[in-house]
Ligand binder design. Structure first.
Ligand SMILES: C[S@@+](CC[C@H](N)C(=O)[O-])C[C@H]1O[C@@H](n2cnc3c(N)ncnc32)[C@H](O)[C@@H]1O
Length: 280
């Protein structure tokens, strides 16, 4: 079955191109509030950051079909010595938008990731009480749901085509609230300066929360990881990205650049650039 992939270049605080109830799953990772390395001073205030989340939650609630899932990869952030409770605030915002709180998974990165963080060095230089600032190698994956899912609404054939591999589920320990997954290496060519999540994250979520032929949305699509995995798993995708400069990276990642096409040639790709209308 051919799949369709749509990239919208614009701000995801509105999703006017996407009809009500037409999306079956959202997987996304917003820019972390003024993260020192990746998004320094991107937002004027914490309030502005939460305002963006509020608008996205509201639009996502509109475009999601009943019973469907929004997965938010996010974490608390330390900025200039203050820790911002982003997970707690985001959870509240999504509840206020009408979602049910379904679950929280903790993503643990490999221990070697700490080399990037090194806050704990403070106590090694000052081995006394009150100098404790732990290194963080966790992120949260919070799962929200729009109402309740009607399991009978899916035809038997689609259910079977979307079956989860029980061996993979068990061997990779998907059943726990702790997911150990590698992070994307800093300096990976396609994800440079993007703070991409590893393919494993949307892979698990798409398999667990959508059926073959359905539509997956990532409103902060970055390098296009969610769209790529959606395509590989036989789902349609919609990505929204504010930075037009990422278009070639996304096309390349999905295999829709000129030189390279994946084997599934009948899949289609379109770009909508707001203001200018269609660019391809
Ligand atoms: C953390 S990155 C997402 C990375 C993505 N998960 C990946 O694997 O490549 C967040 C992305 O959201 C984009 N962005 C930030 N604000 C946005 C907005 N209001 N609307 C759409 N995209 C936005 C940023 O340019 C950045 O590429």
């Amino acid at each position: 079955m051919a799949t369709h992939h749509k990239l919208i270049i614009g701000n995801c605080m509105e999703m006017k191109e996407i009809p009500d109830g037409s999306v079956h799953l959202v997987v996304t990772s917003p820019p972390y509030f003024n993260a020192p390395f990746d998004y320094k001073n991107l937002f004027k205030s914490y309030g502005q950051f939460l305002g963006v989340l509020r608008k996205v939650a509201k639009e996502a609630f509109r475009v999601l079909a009943d019973g469907r899932i929004f997965v938010l990869n996010i974490d608390d952030m330390l900025v200039n010595g203050d820790k911002f409770p982003i997970v707690a605030d985001a959870t509240k915002i999504f509840l206020e938008a009408g979602f049910r709180y379904r679950d929280r998974i903790i993503w643990k990165k490999p221990d070697g990731y700490l080399r990037i963080s090194r806050r704990s060095g403070v106590i090694l230089q000052n081995p006394y009480p009150m100098y404790f600032y732990p290194d963080n190698l966790l992120e949260s994956i919070i799962i929200f749901q729009k109402g309740k899912f009607d399991y009978k609404s899916i035809p038997k054939e689609i259910r079977e085509k979307s079956k989860i591999d029980k061996k993979e589920f068990q061997d990779k320990k998907w059943f726990m609230t702790l997911w150990e997954m590698n992070n994307v290496m800093p300096g990976s060519p396609l994800e440079k300066d993007i703070a991409a999540f590893p393919e494993e994250l949307p892979y698990r979520i798409i398999k667990l929360f959508s059926y073959v032929g359905e539509t997956v949305l990532d409103p902060f699509v970055g390098s296009g990881t969610t769209m790529k995995v959606a395509r590989q798993l036989g789902r349609n995708s919609i990505g929204i990205e504010i930075k037009k400069s990422l278009v070639p990276i996304i096309k390349k990642k999905l295999g829709f650049d000129e030189q390279k096409t994946l084997s599934k040639n009948e899949d289609t790709f379109e770009i909508i650039e707001r203001e200018k209308g269609w660019i391809k």
